[in-house]
Design a protein around this ligand. Structure first.
Ligand code: UT7
Length: 321
């Protein structure tokens, strides 16, 4: 049986740091509230000249260099984003052009903060079917461009960034062992960006993220718990078999609540949301890249990646590194 193995990771964060104190000058909030209620201390914000593809291409170049794979060898570029450079061409095609990856097919995948887990599931399926042998998968978002900086319920949460992985075919029992992706479109109105689409091309409803924080929080706790339990069961493993959990970095209370409920110790859960906030589709691949570079992932380790977000959607992948 063919499987998809990650052979290189990379990430890119814009240099500008915005602290909680900075935000307290814009809205009625404070560092203590944001730290206690979310765990976030600061986030990165891209400048006006930087679009999602600019971050994505840097992450991609790093992942390709790490994998020792040239852009020409890539057969598919899959970019998970809900903040594309423009409606079309896809951000994947823009990145293909910047990389000069001329032999690759390229398309975007829209599953918001679940994007990377949806993308990994999709990429793994292409590899398992034998259709492609080398895929570049990017998770990139610049949601700070879509924040209402007068809404303290959303502007404190999000940051910009990109993460990328190169996947290659293996016939060994390693790489992506199992995947799951799910959608609950009936809850879609709890987290939306209504302006700019074909329903509202003139952005009469605004061009900002709107969120019912409490409802999304409840969903997130349920989605994270269910995705971890179900992916482990699907792979025939136990919680105790997992070496590292890499959940979507949205809110430390979501992660702590689920870890405690499932009996997962803190050392086994990778967290970097204090530095970057919620970077949407980029959060899991940035965390994966950092965990790897910090020596927290060794050959043979079992990892669970999981994500949840707008749609509403959630998904998970289990990987033998
Ligand atoms: O990828 C998925 C993306 N979304 C998420 O993961 C978001 C999930 N939701 C959350 O993380 C949380 O719901 C929030 C962090 C957004 C809000 O935290 P909360 O603990 O659910 O707060 P709340 O909405 O229940 O508000 C509690 C209080 C309210 O004041 P009153 O009514 O009790 O007087 C809010 O007005 O906190 C107030 N509040 C704030 N105070 C200071 C809300 N936001 C802020 C703020 N600073 N930024």
């Amino acid at each position: 049986m063919l499987r998809a193995k990650i052979i290189g990771t990379g990430s890119c964060l814009p240099p500008k740091i915005v602290t909680n104190d900075d935000l307290s000058k814009l809205v009625d909030t404070n560092d203590e509230w944001i730290r206690e209620r979310t765990g976030i201390q600061e986030r990165r914000v891209s400048d006006a000249a930087t679009a999602t593809s600019d971050l994505g291409v840097v992450a991609a170049e790093k992942a390709l260099a790490k994998a020792k794979v040239s852009p020409e060898e890539i057969e598919l570029i899959l970019v998970c984003t809900c903040s594309p450079d423009m409606l079309f061409p896809s951000t994947a095609c823009i990145i293909q052009d910047k990389l000069n990856a001329k032999n690759a097919a390229a398309f975007d995948l829209s599953a918001a903060c679940s994007g990377f887990n949806f993308g990994l599931t999709t990429a793994a399926s292409f590899i398992e079917s034998g259709k492609y042998k080398k895929i570049l998968l990017v998770g990139a978002d610049t949601l700070t461009k879509y924040l209402d900086w007068t809404d303290r319920g959303t502007c404190i949460l999000f940051g910009d960034g990109a993460g990328a992985v190169v996947l290659e075919t293996t016939d060994k029992n390693e790489g992506v062992l199992a995947s799951l992706i799910r959608a609950e479109g009936n809850l879609g109105n709890t987290l939306t960006m209504p302006g700019g689409g074909s329903r509202d091309p003139e952005e009469k409803n605004g061009r900002f993220i709107k969120m019912n924080g409490k409802e999304v929080f409840k969903f997130a706790v349920r989605a994270l718990e269910t995705s971890i339990k179900d992916i482990i069961k699907l792979a025939g493993k136990e919680i105790g078999d997992i070496d590292l959990f890499i959940p979507h970095q949205a809110n430390i209370r979501i992660i702590d609540h689920v870890s405690k409920k499932l009996g997962i110790s803190k050392e086994k859960v990778f967290v970097n949301l204090q530095k970057y906030g919620n970077t949407s589709a980029a959060s899991v691949p940035i965390a994966l890249d950092e965990a790897y570079r910090e020596g927290k992932i060794k050959s043979g380790d079992l990892l669970v990646l999981s994500g949840f977000g707008a749609g509403l959607t959630y998904g998970a992948n289990i990987i033998r590194w």
